[in-house]
Design a protein around this ligand. Structure first.
Ligand SMILES: O=C(O)COP(=O)(O)O
Ligand SMILES: [Mg+2]
Length: 232
């Protein structure tokens, strides 16, 4: 029996897994820094700062711009600005990664239950899923602030196991970051690491997921789903 043979439900990470969201996150980060008359950052820097939610992104951005550690007061003063700017343009420059819609469709057809487990604040998560017209695939959507702890803590995955009455062998976590893989390991569920997303510039394979995929479409083969689009 392979690692994935008992999977009934899949928890997907969002940023860097389903959606390339860095261009809009970077624009909002720069708009915040600009309003504070601080040096601006590049998209590439933001790519390496995403992964632990909006507050940690701003903490990293401020610490770069101020070239020193950031106080709680400085961070809390700039959060409303970032939330405002990001909320204005969630999807102007962001894109779904290739193959995402078709794989979600195939998984739905095959009867898998699907959830989003992201560290992005919940208030941005649902609008972003709606903007790309993929919200209906997910019967549970957890943002970084939906529960008391976010990934790499196992709590969001444990919440799904509990709510959906699943055994650990029945849930799969798919993500681009070591936070996704660490959360899966702590929750004792299988994980797939994607190489194209954001992982602080590190190789996702080093976190030890059960499988590494270069493209989202490879998930169908792992779950032994036939690609109906290419099937004659
Ligand atoms: O917002 C973040 O920092 C990361 O979000 P993700 O968990 O969907 O990758
Ligand atoms: Mg991610």
């Amino acid at each position: 029996m392979n690692t994935f043979s008992q999977i009934k439900a899949v928890a997907f990470d969002l940023d860097g897994t389903l959606i390339d969201s860095v261009p809009d996150l970077a624009a909002a980060t720069r708009a915040t820094l600009e309003e504070l008359a601080l040096p601006l950052c590049s998209d590439e820097q933001v790519r390496s700062w995403v992964g632990n939610g909006a507050e940690m992104l701003m903490r990293r951005a401020l610490s770069f711009a101020l070239n020193t550690a950031v106080t709680e007061e400085q961070l809390q003063a700039c959060m409303p600005k970032f939330m405002h700017f990001y909320g204005l343009n969630l999807q102007q420059h962001s894109q779904l990664y290739p193959g995402v819609e078709s794989v979600l469709e195939q998984l739905q057809q095959a009867g898998y239950r699907m959830a989003i487990v992201t560290n992005k604040p919940y208030e941005f998560t649902l609008p972003l899923l709606k903007a790309f017209n993929i919200d209906a695939y997910f019967s549970m959507v957890l943002g970084g602030d939906s529960l008391s702890k976010m990934k790499p803590d196992p709590l969001p995955l444990q919440h799904i196991l509990h709510e959906w009455r699943l055994e650990t062998e029945q849930l799969l976590m798919v993500g681009d970051s070591k936070n996704d893989i660490l959360a899966a390991k702590s929750a004792k569920v299988a994980s797939v690491g994607l190489t194209y997303g954001y992982n602080y510039g590190e190789d996702i394979g080093l976190s030890g997921p059960d499988a590494v995929c270069e493209q989202f479409s490879e998930i169908t083969a792992l779950l032994k789903l036939r690609d109906k689009a290419t099937e004659q």
